[in-house]
Design a protein around this ligand. Structure first.
Ligand code: TXA
Ligand code: MG
Length: 317
């Protein structure tokens, strides 16, 4: 069932059930993070490997400190600058957080989502919500309630409909090291430039290796829309695939030629708008009946870096 009633959502969550919730980034598949059974059903419904830990969603810094060991001025200032917002902090974990949620790591990922319905919902609960993106593991993340219904509708009790997601790609994951360096474990909805500006220091993007990524779930192949995605110059790709029914995803302008389906991420060339449209564009392309998606990268600055990261992973086979 889909609706906008946070009390129904709260009731179900208190009884260990799963509810899809809107956030500013993507929809999450939420359950009581302190209830091991609820956490286990998140992994089961998503078909998610046990090594891939979940993000905890809370509504303020005080709550964050209940579950993670938060110390230092840098964290406090980043939280006050950007939260609620599209950023997740990896902190040393406190014992109250079950190991299943963190996949046995001694750190926990926490964020304060910037969506009015979900913030209100969190205030009705005395536990944090563990919520990965509400898609089967490896697939494109949902940015509307309808996407969630299409992907997981049969397996969840309630979808809280908060409209289309404003940011459209997942949160940026940050870890602050002991010597106050900022490491980005996943590019996302908060740009590297904004973090550097607020922190007044450069940040490092760490990706780890493809078999052992910095964020354990950041596998090389991810965000699969259901048909093969090819990423290169569009002029090259459209030649190579001239015999195929192609869906073309372009940044600003339609490519030359006649295609089965065309998506423009942002006519104005706005990278924030491109990020917002990306997952829906991938999803519509696959639903169009096309055999392949042909796409090219966007300028590699601001949110463009996170868009390119998603496109590259979607194109890995
Ligand atoms: O925007 C978002 O972050 C969305 C919304 C729903 O909040 N959530 C989301 O969750 O993207 P998910 O599960 O799709 O991705 C969580 C990522 C995974 O790559 C996971 O490995 C990483 O966070 N992660 C979780 N706990 C971690 C930890 N302790 N250390 C490093 N990475 C962690
Ligand atoms: Mg995900």
């Amino acid at each position: 069932m889909t609706g906008t009633d946070i009390h129904t959502a709260a009731y179900l969550l208190k009884h260990g059930k799963l509810v899809a919730v809107p956030t500013e980034t993507v929809y999450g598949l939420a359950g009581n993070a302190l209830n091991e059974q609820a956490a286990a059903s998140i992994f089961k419904v998503k078909n998610r490997p046990a090594f891939d830990p979940l993000i905890l969603h809370v509504h303020n810094l005080e709550q964050m400190k209940r579950y993670g060991r938060a110390s230092g001025k840098l964290l406090e200032s980043l939280v006050s600058e950007f939260c609620p917002g599209p950023v997740t902090f990896v902190l040393p974990k406190k014992d109250v957080v079950p190991d299943i949620v963190t996949s046995g790591l001694d750190t926990v990922a926490l964020r304060i989502p910037d969506h009015p319905l979900t913030l209100e919902l969190l205030q009705l609960l005395d536990f944090p919500l563990a919520a990965p993106s509400a898609n089967p593991f490896g697939y494109t993340s949902p940015t509307t309630a309808k996407h969630v219904g299409d992907l997981l509708g049969d397996d969840i009790h309630y979808i809280l409909d908060g409209g289309p997601c404003r940011v459209g790609i997942e949160s940026t994951i940050i870890q602050i090291t002991e010597d106050d360096e900022i490491e980005i474990l996943r590019l996302g909805g908060l740009s590297v430039e904004e973090i550097e500006r607020a922190a007044g220091q450069p940040v490092k993007t760490v990706s780890g290796s493809s078999s052992k990524p910095a964020a354990p779930g950041m596998l090389e192949s991810h965000y699969n829309p259901g048909i093969p995605v090819y990423l290169d110059k569009l002029s090259e790709l459209t030649k190579d695939f001239s015999g195929k029914k192609a869906a073309v995803i372009s940044f600003r302008t339609p490519p030359d030629g006649d295609f089965h389906h065309t998506e423009i991420l942002s006519k104005e060339g706005d990278l924030t708008e491109a990020a917002r449209n990306l997952f829906a564009a991938l999803r519509r392309s696959a639903a169009s009946g096309a055999e392949v998606v042909l796409a090219q990268t966007v300028p590699d600055t601001g949110l463009g870096r996170a868009v390119n990261d998603r496109l590259k992973r979607a194109a890995v086979r």
